[in-house]
Design a protein around this ligand. Structure first.
Ligand code: ATP
Ligand code: MG
Length: 556
């Protein structure tokens, strides 16, 4: 009883609508869809829409349609169709055999338009685009009827036929719904439903020179496919009366229902296609999949997982009011996802040599190291230990400040998984840069030996010099300057962060990472989670992207 009540409370408003519809018999099954326009790459906001629609179909044992809304031939490209398919597959939303193209319904849409004309609900209008705008009125003033509004049904049928047959130039004539020029909702003031455009279409070629407008096409697409709940974002709320008008006038039996939810925004993150396109074109980023962006391709390249994105989208929830999520929340999700799944390896990003003077030259020990201290299931690996190691530059200080527990002359630390070492001396080059740290080790202190003598306060990681792989590591920060905000108020340009990419070309990782493949990811202890870059990694040059650092002040 109690658990049932809890379940009711946790349902989002869309689930509540769907359950009511099912209970009342408005629909006996659920069918949702994701309808991208193939005019760009998908981003994290689209992921929300995809996972929401797919999740609802799964939850109610219904169907999920993947539909390209390709009714506007001016902006669409096949390249985007391919990238969108790849991204949705990767997210795990399975449309099975339900992949559709809105352009396949051009005939139905055309017939729908003819039906409206025959019902006296649509007319061909000769006003110019400027005149149509003038006649439309404003938010405070009603519009005026077009002088062509009262054409006879016969004349309209003939003119529309001529439009279809290419008798007119682009913009010369349009087909408009006949609704109400004095409606307080401007979308209902005899909206244009068909226009002339002599542009070939990527799917239908030269077959059509008239194309339906979005507000007319979309409800038909939904109705033809048997979609029940057509979920879209809030900016379409004012279009809903027109959506309902179209499916009503075309007399669909179980018409789909439009439901709006708030878009997902990320604070201080660029998602606008227009801006991303500019960053790509000006070569400020390395393509649409640059790991600093939040396109799905970029998130995948950076090392985010479908599970982490799903968790993020669920945490954001579904609501009716616009709000903005924190990027730190996305980072939280990927940390949570990788924490127990990935081995914890040692990697030195800014190396200096650590030489153990009393360790025999040529000797190698193989230490048993647990891959993930919190998940024994990931097993163990052997890490070679020898006289010369690499350590992190920041783990040594010639003159340490208070509370510095890492290496400095005379101090002893634990080498992770290995022995205690004590710093005896160091070497600097002519510029004053430290090049070597010399230590002695205590053979009694081997990790796991049960040594219970003295304690040390610091543990540092290392990589055995003779068994290290030399790799490139890329660290990322937000591409926009968070202090200034995303957009420059004066000219609308982006405020860029000049330090958003740091490339480290001389890093060392355990040699067991040599066989890593693109998209493989790991924790590098103390440094964060890293993923093998899929674009710039070659057989003998590994490139790692830092997905996220280990720590954050962010709390859920
Ligand atoms: P455009 O400006 O080109 O229309 P778009 O981002 O709206 O861009 P669409 O291809 O029309 O692109 O979007 C497909 C679907 O994704 C739509 O149903 C849309 O409502 C949804 N969507 C787009 N952006 C977001 C977002 N930020 N959050 C949630 N859903 C989104
Ligand atoms: Mg859109």
């Amino acid at each position: 009883m109690e658990s049932n009540e809890k379940e009711v409370v946790s349902k989002n408003f869309i689930e509540q609508i769907i359950e009511k519809d099912l209970a009342e018999g408005a629909y006996d099954t659920v069918c949702t869809r994701f309808p991208p326009e193939p005019n760009g790459y998908l981003h994290i906001g689209h992921a929300k829409s995809i996972l929401l629609n797919y999740g609802l179909a799964k939850k109610y044992n219904g169907k999920f349609n993947m539909r390209f809304d390709d009714t506007n031939p001016t902006k669409e490209k096949t390249e985007f169709v391919e990238s969108i398919i790849k991204d949705i597959e990767w997210l795990g939303a399975d449309w099975e055999d339900r992949l559709f193209f809105a352009s396949d319904y051009f005939q139905e849409m055309y017939e729908g338009a003819v039906k409206l004309i025959k019902k006296g609900k649509a007319f061909v209008c000769d006003l110019t685009p400027e005149q149509i705008r003038e006649y439309r009125g404003t938010l405070t003033e009603p519009g005026k009827n077009s002088p062509y509004r009262d054409r006879s049904i016969e004349e309209n049928l003939e003119l529309f036929e001529n439009m279809k047959n290419g008798a007119y130039k682009d913009g010369e004539k349009v087909l408009r719904a006949k609704i109400d020029m004095s409606s307080p909702n401007i979308n209902m003031r005899d909206p244009i439903i068909y226009r002339v455009a002599h542009i070939p279409h990527h799917n239908t070629g030269d077959k059509w020179c008239i194309y339906p407008m979005y507000d007319f096409a979309h409800p038909i697409e939904d109705a033809v496919e048997g979609v029940t709940h057509s979920i879209c974002t809030l900016e379409f709320e004012d279009h809903r009366p027109l959506y309902d008008w179209v499916v009503r006038e075309l007399e669909y039996k179980k018409p789909p229902k439009q439901i709006e939810f708030a878009k997902l925004y990320l604070t201080n993150v660029v998602t606008g296609k227009r801006y991303i396109k500019k960053l790509v074109e000006e070569k400020i980023v390395d393509g649409w999949d640059d790991p600093r962006l939040v396109s799905i391709a970029a998130l995948r390249r950076r090392g985010f997982t479908p599970e982490s994105i799903k968790m993020f989208v669920e945490l954001c929830g579904v609501s009716k009011s616009n709000a903005s999520a924190d990027y730190a929340m996305l980072e939280y999700c990927i940390r949570e996802d990788l924490k127990l799944k990935k081995p914890r390896m040692m990697a030195v990003l800014d190396p200096i040599k650590l030489i153990i003077d009393n360790y025999p030259e040529g000797k190698v020990e193989y230490l048993d190291v647990m891959n993930n201290m919190e998940n024994e299931g990931l097993g163990y690996r052997k890490v070679p230990f020898c006289r010369e190691l690499y350590m992190e530059r920041e783990d040594f200080m010639e003159v340490p400040p208070k509370k510095y527990f890492r290496l400095f002359p005379g101090n002893e630390v634990r080498l992770m998984h290995a022995y205690f070492v004590k710093c005896e001396s160091f070497v600097k080059d002519e510029t004053g840069k430290i090049t070597e740290v010399h230590c002695t080790y205590d053979p009694e202190t081997k990790c796991g030996s049960g040594f219970s003598g003295r304690k040390v306060k610091g543990t540092i990681h290392w990589v055995p010099a003779a068994f290290a792989a030399n790799v490139e590591v890329r660290l990322y920060e937000n591409i926009v300057d968070e202090e200034k905000g995303v957009y420059n108020e004066e000219d609308g340009s982006l405020n860029l962060n000049p330090n958003s990419l740091t490339v480290l070309r001389n890093c060392f990782v355990e040699s067991s990472l040599e066989g890593a493949k693109p998209y493989d990811s790991f924790q590098f202890v103390r440094q964060g989670y890293f993923c093998v870059d899929n674009k710039d990694t070659t057989k003998d040059h590994l490139v790692f992207n830092r997905i996220v650092s280990l720590k954050s002040s962010y709390k859920i």
